[in-house]
Ligand binder design. Sequence first.
Ligand code: PBG
Length: 343
Amino acid sequence: AGSASVHPRCGWYARAVFPTKRPRRLRRTPAIRALVRETTLTPTDLILPLFFHETLTEPRPISTMPGVAQLPVAEAAAQARLAKEHGIGGVILFGLPKEKDPIGAAAYDPNGPVPRAVKAMKDAVPELLVITDVCVDEYTDHGHCGVLKPDARGEMDVDNDATLEVLARAAVVHAQAGADVVAPSDMMDGRVGALRRALDAESLTSTAILSYAVKYASSFYGPFREAADCAPKFGDRAGYQMDPGNAREALREAALDEEEGADMLMVKPALTYLDILAKVREASPLPLGAYNVSGEFAMIKAASERGMIDERRAVLELLTSIRRAGADFILTYHALDAARWIG
Ligand code: PBG
């Protein structure tokens, strides 16, 4: 009755201004949404970080990272099988040594937790991609990412070039144990070149370098420092990690690492630096990773435990966002859950 009372001319005018372009057509069904989706997420995009402790005999849960634990090296083979079952892209290993010292010498112990875990994982699942984190903060008694020396005024500072030697030795030990990729996370100048030269000198020319090229001095590493027992005993990391206000500097760091021979680059953290990911993606042809860090993980866990957000939807959305911003792959503590949810 209503439409019958509409004057035919008025009806015609109204229809004439109706939209002729309708994006909603492509959102109507799951099938059409799947067809036109620009960014996809697959388990192979995800890398799982693992913490191996030299002396533990049982997993030790990390209170600020629900579901994550420091693991005994004896768990490595089982973890490799779990990673394979979930079809994830790989794992990245961190080590907690029995003893720490001022230079982090345990970082290049061939019988340290990381080399032993690498061997066990590669023996159990040879095709699994195994990456090792190369840094000394887990191995130094002061918790800084390098060897210390007093500066001109007597203040303690991280000695860039002395640290390069320790890092290079650690990378060689990891590669000799069978790591496919070594990933320096220390932010010393020239470390990619130093690692490449050291690896090549030992004929480890096939070991790839994934550089934490763009790593910010972030508050979101808090839970990791419990996980890896590596909170600095004094000061902070602002003298070597990047200032959160800087974007152009990210391009400079990425370009330097590319020149020095990095095979892949990484931006870290991920969620508060999606703009940086997009910029690095445009500036460099190298494969690009992003680290969805411990504090980002903890926020999601805390909010979902309190019923404030739906964990599964939130995780898949945030991982998709990181991919959309330009990451080829993502290091994330959600890797196994996400792989299951993607199916
Ligand atoms: C340093 C390192 C850190 C992380 C990875 N490698 C901590 C730091 O720089 O303080 C943080 C990872 C995370 O927060 O998940 N070896």
